[in-house]
Design a protein around this ligand. Structure first.
Ligand code: HEC
Ligand code: HEC
Length: 237
């Protein structure tokens, strides 16, 4: 077993040597094509307002973020923000796991590589208070037993790090490597999808995609991983 709890080790350290080799070779790494697609979409739909993707280099490390729009305040993650902007240019809102959303997310994470994860509360007092409340919700969800297996996130991602579980090795569950190309899915997926897969793993009722509990958990994971470098997008089993 690896040592404890809040070890700042990325999920990338838990890849088999075969998958590490795939990840390091751009010619066989499936993610290369996703990032290229993201670049093409960027030129068509994002460049006019944002110039180069590098201008948003810190974005992946700072989400989820608390925003207020039309009198309602909520946490949004990077994929949510991408969809906000796509609607802004008149495109139909698409799902979080839509290929275009994921390609743009892969691009924005790839330019964020090495940036320290540091989600930020809003600067005003009320916003700060609300952000702390969302974070506390996330921390509570992280420790709440769920599903027929009656396990909380903490039991696996702090308590069983290094253990084998259904042909996987349990990592500390850090959010640094997203989005992930998971061989199991034969597709790219966002952190939202991965978290729902963990609910499914313990046979719990799945929170719906994009719901606030998933954003609160993501915020908690990002705060827990504060200072770790973004090292996604990456391959997973
Ligand atoms: C029964 C054990 C178990 C529970 C409970 C569990 N997970 Fe997981 N989780 C896994 C396994 C196994 C994986 C895939 C291997 C890995 O990265 O740990 C995983 C992967 C992850 C990852 C992706 C890590 C990466 O780098 O790819 C995150 C993030 C995560 N879990 C968060 C959570 C959260 C949040 C909860 C609570 C809602 C949770 N998990 C509950 C077993 C569990
Ligand atoms: C019409 C101008 C416009 C276009 C086109 C646009 N955006 Fe934005 N974007 C904004 C504005 C304004 C913000 C500031 C936050 C807000 O109001 O949503 C923003 C914020 C963002 C952020 C958060 C930046 C930060 O501060 O961390 C991301 C990420 C982003 N946009 C991605 C995209 C992507 C991807 C596209 C292409 C699909 C895109 N945007 C197209 C105007 C635009």
């Amino acid at each position: 077993m690896l040592s404890n709890a809040q070890t700042p080790i990325s999920g990338n350290q838990f890849l088999s040597s075969q998958l590490q080799a795939m990840q390091q070779d751009a010619d066989v790494n499936p993610i290369t094509l996703w990032v290229e697609k993201g670049q093409a979409l960027w030129r068509d739909t994002c460049q006019s307002c944002h110039q180069s993707p590098e201008t948003l280099r810190t974005s992946a490390a700072e989400h989820p973020r608390l925003i207020t729009r039309n009198n309602s305040t909520r946490l949004i993650n990077l994929e949510d923000q991408i969809n906000v902007c796509r609607e802004r240019v008149g495109q139909q809102p698409k799902g979080l796991e839509d290929n275009d959303t994921l390609s743009l997310s892969a691009l924005l994470h790839s330019v964020a590589k090495g940036q320290s994860i540091h989600p930020q509360p809003p600067t005003d007092a009320l916003g700060k208070q609300r952000w702390q409340a969302e974070l506390a919700q996330g921390a509570q969800l992280y420790a709440t037993r769920i599903g027929r297996l009656n396990l909380a996130c903490v039991h696996c991602h702090d308590g069983k790090v290094g253990a084998n579980l259904r042909a996987e090795v349990v990592s500390p569950g850090h959010p640094s490597g997203f989005p992930i190309y998971r061989l199991n899915w034969q597709n790219m997926g966002s952190i939202d999808r991965r978290l729902r897969a963990c609910y499914s793993g313990v046979q719990a009722t799945l929170p719906s995609a994009g719901s606030q509990p998933l954003r609160q958990l993501e915020l908690y994971l990002k705060v827990r991983a504060n200072g770790m470098p973004i090292d996604g997008p990456s391959i997973r089993r």
